[in-house]
Design a protein around this ligand. Structure first.
Ligand SMILES: [Fe+2]
Length: 275
């Protein structure tokens, strides 16, 4: 791949904000009691942190300026997906059987190309990266195969960039919706994704730098797996031994979701519960 693109936080932030606005559901009806309960708890947590750590006026003003920058830079989806979503997912997972879930993240795009059970993800003619074959089955809780289940899969390229968010990558690259065969099976050929840094040149990156954290996510495959009559699962799969598997900035790794590669092959069986 030629290094024609130099993605910026502003690019990714603007794309993630526009994507969220176009796909998020609006008009959620929430009772005043619920709003008051949750918002009061959030404010109390902030008040406690200020008291506990003797936060000064100068620090309060710096935080205010940073929050304004976060909004103006379009980085609220990035910041919330990296630092907060994993706990929302943890709460949702309390009532979920079958395959463990993980965060959706800011880089999902709906309506990708439909692919058969044995397929190769769309890629550039000169796509870089080691070959990767990802196979498995989709079953219900009783182990019965789910024919016609959909694996909506997307992942970063060998440089850690996503189509639709980094400039210079064709639309739909390394994305697709794969349908399982009569036995619930799939076999997807693609390339090994790279670990990536979340964008570091904007306000989220400034925070990570100021706090002395690192901005890396381990290499991963993103998936939403759906089948009629079953609860869809949003998850990510990681690679044993990979960099940052033990220190994901987004805290989205679960041990059950770490694959052990055999050469250039990995496999995983998804289990969906009834809707
Ligand atoms: Fe990702």
């Amino acid at each position: 791949m030629t290094a024609v693109h130099s993605p910026t936080a502003a690019d990714s932030g603007a794309s993630a904000s526009a994507n969220f606005r176009s796909t998020a559901r609006e008009g959620l009806a929430v009772s005043p009691e619920r709003v008051s309960t949750v918002v009061t708890a959030v404010l109390h947590a902030v008040h406690s942190a200020i008291r506990e750590h003797d936060v000064t006026y100068l620090e309060f003003q710096a935080a205010k300026r940073w929050l304004m920058d976060l909004g103006e830079g379009g980085e609220w989806p990035l910041f919330l997906d990296v630092f907060v979503e994993h706990v929302v997912e943890e709460v949702a997972a309390r009532t979920q059987d079958g395959t463990k879930g993980s965060i959706l993240g800011p880089y999902y795009l709906p309506d990708q190309v439909s692919l058969p059970s044995v397929c190769t993800l769309p890629r550039r003619p000169d796509e870089q990266g080691d070959p990767l074959t990802f196979s498995g089955r989709v079953t219900d809780l009783a182990g019965r195969p789910l024919a016609g289940a959909e694996l909506d899969i997307w992942h970063a390229d060998a440089e850690g960039y996503y189509s639709g968010f980094a400039p210079g990558i064709p639309a739909g690259n390394l994305r697709g919706v794969v349908t399982t065969d009569a036995g619930g099976r799939f076999e997807i050929t693609t390339v090994q994704p790279a670990p990536y840094q979340i964008p570091t040149d904007g306000p989220t990156g400034r925070l990570i730098d100021a706090a002395g954290w690192h901005p890396w996510r381990p290499a991963h495959l993103h998936l939403v797996v759906r089948a009629p009559g079953h609860r869809p699962i949003t998850t990510q799969l990681y690679f044993a031994g990979g960099e940052y598997v033990d220190s994901d900035v987004a805290e989205a790794v679960k041990p059950e979701l770490v694959l052990t590669p055999s050469g250039q092959r990995v496999s995983y069986d998804f289990v969906l519960e009834p809707a």
